[in-house]
Write a protein that binds this ligand. Structure first.
Ligand code: ADP
Ligand code: MG
Ligand code: ZN
Length: 492
């Protein structure tokens, strides 16, 4: 059945920038390391009268870098603006932001959603290119702590460089929004400008959502869900809001433009205020900061700093290592993981496909189970490569290599020595295996009889018994051959 309504989604992404100092003063941007509330502050970031802001050069470089990574053009002339509103977390009574002339505009990011997101959403029109309207610089607010009948404010975060990345309303499903958000986060991490740590609040999403009759091109009234602090919240809140709006239209009502919050516990969006318009903010050019004049050579220099980004890396992995696209995509989802893979490949005699299966299998399982990052792993790519090569040349069986890998990751060491110490070396020596095969057949006359009577699937059972008796040391292929031969003999 064709869906009757089509969601239209535009995302605003707020990302703090990793710099030494705040956006307009010398206070540390690393507010999380401040020992006490309100210790990482100065007259500028607390909005004392007469204090003058100075723009952070590093933050401007990083903002341009992000814009370029998102295929935007950089405005050589761009300006700061005052966005006026009163809130206790905004000491100046205005936020310094960019309005008419942001640092970057008109970019795009390709997503691959819609292709694999199930039958229902396959009927959605899901443009794979999300246009990016603008990327601009602003400053983060202070933090409020709401107590029983009062609130506390901590200005340590006030003035930290914040980037806002605004998409066009180009996403047509929750999956697409999730895919776009995931890709933007990966790019920010690749660029090293943001840790992507959503639990710490350094990356936040706002989802603008409307729904329209399927097939229509009109843009209907939207609502905006603020402060989504996890991918799960983004997914659940968007899905909820889409359904809520559809119900309103189906019952003949109209959607009102408003700003919503997301109640994660109750799983509902809640009205916060009617949507403010740009003119409510009384934007005007920031008189205390000169416009930014960026030269072509400055922009070219920033552009030259762009690393290979996830899409390009995926493409290269497919070509260079002959990996399947989805396998390459998994490896390139994190730069550290991709680097680790390439490092193991370069030190290993085994094929990149084999290395991929070890990394995607045992290694990732370990990371997931232990909640660790690739960066936390002390196992050197050399040792990992050595172990994989030992499986390739049959020095150790795949199963025993998993035991060695666990040991290597936990306590380090040399794969060859661990194999020796634990007696895990694989034996392909025929006379040794032959002896064990004979013993297993002699010890299990009933199974032998069944096999001879035609139950040939028992062959695998015999191989298993040999593996057990030799603690996984017997080469399973040699075992299989010898067992087949021995059983054939007994048939005569
Ligand atoms: P404002 O300036 O009032 O915040 P914008 O037009 O700049 O509003 O859009 C803000 C965000 O809302 C953008 O991400 C944009 O893609 C999205 N958006 C605009 N119109 C719609 C719509 N009809 N449905 C869903 N999202 C929309
Ligand atoms: Mg907005
Ligand atoms: Zn300060």
């Amino acid at each position: 059945m064709k869906p009757t309504y089509e969601p239209v989604i535009g995302l605003e992404i707020h990302a703090e920038l990793i710099t030494n100092s705040k956006m307009f003063c010398g206070c540390s941007a690393d507010y999380a390391s401040a020992p006490e509330p309100n210790t990482n502050i100065c007259p500028v970031c607390t909005g004392l009268p007469g204090a003058m802001p100075v723009a952070n050069k590093k933050a401007i470089e990083l903002a341009a870098l992000v814009g370029l990574a998102l295929n935007c053009s950089v405005n050589k002339h761009n300006t700061f603006a005052r966005k006026n509103y009163y809130y206790p977390d905004l000491p100046k009574g205005y936020q310094i932001s960019q309005y008419e002339l942001p640092i970057c505009e008109k970019g795009w990011l390709d997503i691959d959603s819609g292709s694999s997101s199930g039958a229902a959403s396959a009927t959605y029109r899901d443009p794979s290119r999300v246009r990016i309207r603008r990327v601009h610089i602003e400053e983060d607010t202070a933090k409020l702590f709401h107590e029983k009948n009062y609130a506390l404010v901590d200005f340590n975060r006030a003035g930290v460089p914040l980037l806002e990345i605004v998409s066009e309303p180009d996403m047509r499903s929750v999956e697409a929004a999730l895919d776009y958000a995931t890709k933007v986060r990966a790019i920010l991490r690749y660029l090293g400008v943001n840790s992507g740590n959503m639990e710490k609040g350094v990356l936040r999403f706002e989802a603008n959502i409307s729904v329209r009759p399927f097939g229509s091109d009109e843009f209907r009234t939207r609502t905006e869900i603020k402060n989504l602090n996890s991918f799960r919240a983004l997914t659940r809140a968007s899905a909820y809001e889409i359904e809520r709006q559809i119900k309103i239209y189906e019952s003949g009502g109209t959607v009102v433009q408003e700003t919503l919050g997301w109640d994660d516990v109750r799983g509902v969006t809640t009205s916060q205020r009617s949507k403010e318009e740009a003119h409510d903010y009384r934007y005007f050019p920031e008189p205390d900061l000169p416009p930014l004049q960026l030269s072509d050579s400055w922009i070219a220099e920033i552009k030259s700093r762009l690393p290979e980004l996830p899409e390009a890396k995926t493409k290269r992995f497919v070509e260079q290592y002959e990996l399947k696209p989805q396998d390459a995509r998994l490896l390139t989802s994190e730069k550290a993981l991709a680097d680790y893979f390439e490092s193991v490949v370069s030190k290993s005699k085994s094929s990149p496909k084999t290395v991929h299966s070890w990394i995607a299998g045992e290694f990732m399982r370990y990371l997931n189970d232990s909640g660790k990052d690739v960066d936390d792993v002390t196992l050197s790519p050399e040792s990992f490569a050595k172990l994989i090569d030992m499986v390739t040349d049959k020095t150790v069986s795949g199963n025993n290599a998993k035991v060695v890998l666990a040991e290597l990751i936990e306590s380090g060491g040399d794969p060859q020595e661990i194999v020796k110490e634990k007696g895990l070396a694989q034996v392909s020596d025929e006379s040794f295996i032959q002896e064990v095969v004979t013993k297993i057949l002699n010890d299990n006359p009933a199974e032998v009889e069944k096999y001879l009577a035609g139950k040939e699937t028992l062959l695998q059972w015999f191989v298993g018994q040999v593996a057990r008796a030799t603690k996984g040391k017997a080469d399973p292929n040699v075992t299989k051959e010898l067992a087949l031969k021995a059983l054939a003999e007994r048939k005569k």
